[in-house]
Write a protein that binds this ligand. Structure first.
Ligand code: 3H9
Length: 687
């Protein structure tokens, strides 16, 4: 085992180097070794000052998240930081990579900070449902002021070294490849010039100006209410910064501790910490290793210039890959490219892109009606009408022209990829690459492996997702794969409840209050009722609304009427239609309270998730959670359906499903796996 800490003295400066791959998280051993290094330097007559630096790819990336929820072994991080701050000799933090969370808090306890230009610093604890619990909420506002600290800590956004230099969070920049030498020289100079040792805790100027001005906090809360809805951490962070302004440093630290512990013990933070690891797990496919080959992807073809095809194309244009867009007619292509341009121009209006970047992306598109234009594509993604005969026809055509080794992908949402692959002579090259609407925005990409899909293609698709900044989740073939499969049952139950007389507005409200951005009926309207009901053979309310030319938000409203600001009011026409369909089908009217609405909509999702696991469609339960969070905006602080099910209690879910089975039939029958796990008192999210 390599030593975690190396102690050296050079030019009268002690260098304490910590080396704990992969990210120097501040776990027990690292904490212990920091104290050992600093104490050794403090009593070393040969050392005038101390540099703390990390080996490997980054400065400390924060507290060790895997230790959370377990008993803390001494010294805890706060004790370590006290040793640093109270050291009798100046301590310089030498930062490269990312100084995050506890890592940045440690740097803020050092008396001076030097960073390479590529370094980033930040307090991302909010993303774990936490707040910086080692003085970050008290020290950062003392350096960068209240408004900036509010913005940075509640967003978790890291800032680059240049910005940190400007706002005072770091004191000096080092050369990119000479951090160690520059940090030693910096410490030497400060010592030789007898520069006072700066203790951030003693600063007050940036706080004093906000004393007696509580409006800064109220306005911040109001401005961000939508973004913070449902989350506990941002409010606790604001309270900490209020305390920093109102109280002494020590009292502020005490307040920070209380508010930190409250979050640490919350289900929300447990959920968000679970999601942190789940997201990283999702990238791992058991039979793929570093040695698994990949295929090069330098040119992309997208078939279908509709909303989906256009969105898919944008993902590749955004990373500078040329895309050939195919559709049947020039008009369809012009329409498609028009939508892409509008999306980019909107992004430019919001300041997310420059005009030059818009043109650079647009310049990478080639339009064609002839499949021949795809002959040199490395990756072809089909995004045409969701119909097996149509898809098979398209794949036979691609097969005829695509070059050897090209990846032939379908964006089908529900169809059998093996059957699609059978239309080609190279089923090993066929894979599902499934995006979620709007494809340029939603972060999920399901990588659906067919019976014959070769491993290098699966590997390429998983890696490609990272490049286009999507989260890949591996799935096997099965109706709807993962996210659509489990979430479709929510939509189905929403429709059933509505036909039983529960107002769509109530159903949507319950889902909104649970934490979804919108309920199913608002979502149907957004996607388009014509798209939703396209494959339905039975008479549905959505289908009837389409017959009345109500297509949803895009045309005449759907379940809701929309004003020019997209404010929605439940439509009397929709209520009539629902009543009409229910009467025609002789559906009994059964009222349901909010609790039942929630259980009727979401317990079946959990149940379907258990079936997806049983059938081996998903590799692990946490992949289902990630798919729902990234593909359907399942509230992250609930941890996804499977984690949430564990917080509710599997026995409770199973018994409620049985009750529904008795009242409404077979479709609620709890999955064998769910029953088994409930009986054994196990957690399904750990499957
Ligand atoms: C905190 O500090 C609380 C304090 O305020 C108060 C305390 C009292 N712990 O992301 P990657 C693992 S809260 C444990 O793929 P990248 C990660 O799971 C913390 N493990 O690499 C993965 O493991 P595996 C605040 C961690 O290069 C491996 O390292 N800090 C931690 O794409 C590689 O990670 C944060 O929230 C950790 N802190 O990105 C920062 N961090 O290989 C969290 C990573 O087995 N970390 N791992 O799957 C990050 O944002 C990114 O990991 C980072 C590197 C940007 C650093």
């Amino acid at each position: 085992m390599t030593e975690i800490m190396k102690y050296e003295v050079e030019n009268g400066i002690a260098i304490v180097t910590l080396d704990s791959p992969p990210v120097n998280a501040l776990g027990y051993d690292v904490r212990r070794n920091i104290v050992e290094g600093v104490e050794k330097a403090a009593s070393d007559a040969a050392a005038d000052a101390i540099v703390i630096i990390c080996a490997g790819r980054t400065f400390f990336a924060g507290a060790d998240i895997s230790e959370f929820g377990k008993p803390m072994r001494e010294p805890d991080l706060r004790a370590v930081l006290e040793v640093i701050e109270n050291a009798p000799k100046r301590v310089v933090a030498a930062i490269h990579g990312t100084a995050l969370g506890g890592g940045f808090e440690l740097a803020l306890c050092c008396h001076h900070r030097i960073a390479v230009p590529s370094a980033k610093v930040g307090l991302p604890e909010v993303n774990l449902g936490l707040l910086p619990g080692a003085g970050g909420t008290q020290r950062l506002p003392r350096i960068i002021g209240v408004p900036a600290a509010l913005a940075l800590i509640t967003s978790g956004r890291p800032i680059g070294a240049m910005e940190a230099l400007e706002n005072g969070a770091v004191d000096a920049l080092a050369s990119e490849d000479a951090l160690r030498a520059d940090a030693i020289a910096f410490a030497r100079k400060l010592t030789d010039e007898s520069t006072p040792m700066a203790r951030v805790r003693e600063l007050d100027g940036k706080l004093a100006e906000w004393r007696g001005k509580p409006e800064v906090f109220d306005e911040f809360r109001k401005k961000n209410a939508k973004r913070f809805r449902g989350f506990k951490a941002p409010e606790n962070i604001i309270k900490c910064i209020e305390a920093a302004v109102a109280l002494s440093f020590d009292e502020g630290m005490k307040r920070e501790r209380e508010l930190f512990v409250e979050l640490m013990q919350s289900t929300q933070s447990a959920a968000q910490r679970y999601v942190f690891f789940a997201e990283r797990q999702a990238a791992k496919v058991p039979d793929i290793s570093k040695e698994t080959p990949m295929r090069p992807v330098k040119k992309v073809g997208v078939i279908g210039a509709g909303t989906m095809g256009g969105g898919i194309a944008m993902n590749f244009l955004n990373i500078g890959l040329p895309v050939t867009l195919i559709d049947q007619t020039q008009e369809a292509l012009e329409r498609g490219i028009g939508v892409i341009r509008r999306n980019y121009e909107n992004a430019a209006k919001k300041g997310r892109m420059s005009a030059g970047q818009v043109e650079a992306c647009m310049g990478l598109i080639t339009l064609a009606t002839d499949y021949q234009a795809l002959s040199d594509a490395d990756l072809v993604i089909e995004a045409v009408f969701e119909s097996m005969p149509v898809k098979k026809d398209v794949f036979a055509k691609i097969d005829a022209i695509a070059k050897d080794g090209a990846i032939l992908a379908t964006n089908t949402s529900y169809l059998d990829i093996d059957e699609i692959a059978s239309a080609t002579k190279r089923p090993q090259d066929v894979i599902g690459i499934h995006f979620f609407s709007p494809a340029n925005i939603m972060p999920l990409m399901e990588v659906v492996r067919g019976e014959k899909t070769s491993l290098d293609i699966v590997n390429t698709a998983m890696q490609l997702a990272k490049k286009i900044r999507k989260t890949a989740v591996h799935a096997r073939v099965g109706y709807g794969f993962i996210a659509n499969r489990v979430m479709t049952v929510r939509g189905k139950q929403a429709n059933k409840l509505a036909l039983q007389g529960v107002s769509p507005a109530d159903i949507d409200r319950v889902m909104y209050d649970y934490g979804f951005a919108m309920g199913p009926f608002r979502m149907f309207d957004l996607i388009g009722l014509d798209v939703i009901g396209r494959d339905s053979k039975e008479k549905t309310a959505s289908g009837e609304l389409v017959r009345r030319d109500r297509l949803g938000q895009k045309k005449n409203g759907g379940y809701y009427d929309y004003d020019e600001n997209r404010n929605a009011t439940l439509s009397p026409v929709a209520l009539d239609v629902i009543r009409e369909v229910a009467a025609e089908k002789g559906i009994e009217q059964v009222p349901a309270d909010d609790d039942e609405i929630l259980a009727r909509l979401l317990y079946p999702v959990v149940n379907e998730g258990a079936k997806v696991l049983e059938e081996g469609i998903a590799l692990r339960a946490s992949d289902i959670d990630i798919a729902c969070i990234k593909g359907y905006n399942w509230p992250i602080y609930r941890g996804g359906p499977m984690f949430w099910a564990d917080t509710v209690g599997l026995d409770k879910i199973v018994s409620r499903l049985k009750e529904f089975e008795e009242r409404f039939g077979e479709e609620f029958k709890p999955a064998a796996l769910l029953v088994e796990m409930a009986f054994a008192g196990k957690r399904i999210s750990e499957m």
